[in-house]
Ligand binder design. Structure first.
Ligand SMILES: Nc1ncnc2c1ncn2[C@@H]1O[C@H](COP(=O)(O)OP(=O)(O)O)[C@@H](O)[C@H]1O
Ligand SMILES: [Mg+2]
Length: 248
């Protein structure tokens, strides 16, 4: 297996005159819990959509687990689990059916799909809701199902675009705990957020984006510690670093 789960070099995306991503380069080590931080419009979704081949980059190189995105898209698809920013669950189907339909999409044999769906429902505390229609679920339960669905193919890398946005503290904590367990089991987690408390709590390494450019990159304790070492203010949080960055 490649040492890097993801390697991005000089990635740029333009929409007409707007530069959504501007010469972005970074690496995500296998097994990392990697965070993409930035305000609304920073380019987080664009970056993640490029990684899961939903958006075509204007230029640059993207490599996932040693495979080039241009030539090996099909191989990469099987290695990734994707939690998009917009909930695209099938509302007319049950919780269980949503998982099964997704398994079919990956061509997973039925017996294995059934086993995997039960296991994921258990892990995400959704077993009681197995037969419930998605339309009847609360926002927090839908989000848990969205993450469960991303795991049906047993991916080594999971990409989550603001998975806790708008959730109450209990649901947020629940999702954090599940993601930590997954990461401990060896899954590389690549996730965006604009919640700084969440970032401090979860991420090992980060990039901060602003107007499509990387403005901070590195180990999160170095990012926080560097601020401390420079004596700016020992109580500075990531949130304050973030606010400084956005002002520039
Ligand atoms: N399909 C699109 N067409 C035109 N502009 C887009 C499109 N998608 C995103 N953008 C623009 O690209 C920038 C980055 O957006 P996005 O990646 O969604 O940021 P974030 O996820 O950090 O909020 C924004 O200015 C947004 O308006
Ligand atoms: Mg976004």
């Amino acid at each position: 297996m490649s040492e890097f789960a993801v390697k991005v070099e000089n990635l740029t995306k333009t929409y007409d005159s707007l530069i959504a991503l501007n010469d972005v380069s970074f690496e995500v080590k296998a097994g990392d819990f990697f965070g993409i931080i930035g305000p609304n419009g920073a380019g987080k979704t664009t970056l993640l959509k490029i990684l899961y081949s939903f958006v075509t980059p204007s230029s640059g190189i993207v490599n996932v687990s040693g495979f080039d995105l241009n030539s090996d898209y099909k191989k990469i698809k099987n290695l990734l689990g994707v939690v998009p920013q917009e909930d695209n669950l099938d509302e007319d189907l049950s919780v269980f059916e949503n998982l099964m339909v997704y398994s079919m999409y990956f061509g997973i044999p039925r017996k294995e799909s059934l086993r995997r769906a039960e296991e994921l429902l258990g892990f995400f505390d959704l077993s009681e809701k197995k037969r419930a229609k998605v339309i009847s679920l609360s926002g927090g339960l839908r989000r848990r199902l969205l993450i469960a669905r991303a795991l049906v193919n047993g991916p080594g890398i999971i990409i989550l675009d603001e998975p806790t946005m708008g959730l109450d503290p209990e649901y947020r904590h629940n999702i954090w705990n599940k993601l930590k367990v997954l990461n401990k089991s060896g899954v590389t987690v690549l996730m965006s957020t604009h919640y700084m408390d969440e970032a401090e709590r979860l991420f090992k390494n980060i990039i901060m984006l602003n107007h499509g450019k990387i403005v901070v990159k590195g180990d999160i304790s170095d990012v926080l510690g560097d601020r401390y070492k420079r004596g700016i203010n020992e109580t500075r949080s990531l949130e304050e670093i973030f606010l400084d960055m956005v002002k520039k």
